[in-house]
Design a protein around this ligand. Sequence first.
Ligand SMILES: [Zn+2]
Length: 239
Amino acid sequence: MNSIALAETLRHEWGIESFASANIRSLVYNNIQNLTVLWFPMKKNISGCCSKTKDDKVIFINTNHTIGRQNFTLAHEIYHLLYEDVDDFIVCGVNNNSQSEKNADNFASTLLMPDSALYWFKSKNQIEDWSLEDIIKCEQYYQVSHHTMLIRLKNLNWINKNQFDNFKSNIIREADKLGYDTNLYKTSPENQKYSSIGELIRLTEKAYDNKKITGGKRREILLKSFRNDVLYNGADNLE
Ligand SMILES: [Zn+2]
């Protein structure tokens, strides 16, 4: 099965209605066993990483990228974890053109916004020629980045190269003017650079028990991660 068909099948398995937008964070948390996702700032040229063992799956997402891009990266890493053999650790960058990366990108794009959903959106909103306002409305609905949205419209030949270039700029200002939340186009705010879902605490304790990390490192991870509440509750026992 190709990566697009895999994404369509997974949407069905996860109970996402055909044209509905997908809240990717809560979906992965509810549907993938033993998954831990960590959001934290990384170098600009890395979008995310993933790793799996017999017991655990871990995904890292770069919070220095926009929220739209982070949603895409999460869906992209799911492809590696669910459908590929992951030896050790995969690092996904913004400029990697391997077949595996292309498959993961196609998968992510379809998981968040299948072609059928785009056809539905176009017809529901009676769109003949896509305006920037239509584009913003659609990307906000599916919570995908402006870049992803433009690429999809270009691939469907619904916009041409000139429009693609013209629609690229001033997106935050335009979305703001139309009354949309502009967080989709921005990197995580300072107080949300670190967050996690899943098994971080158990994995940290396991690494500490197996002497893979020091007590200091364990404290640092729990402090940053991301889970201040846990650290402070048990702060006396940590050193
Ligand atoms: Zn990748």
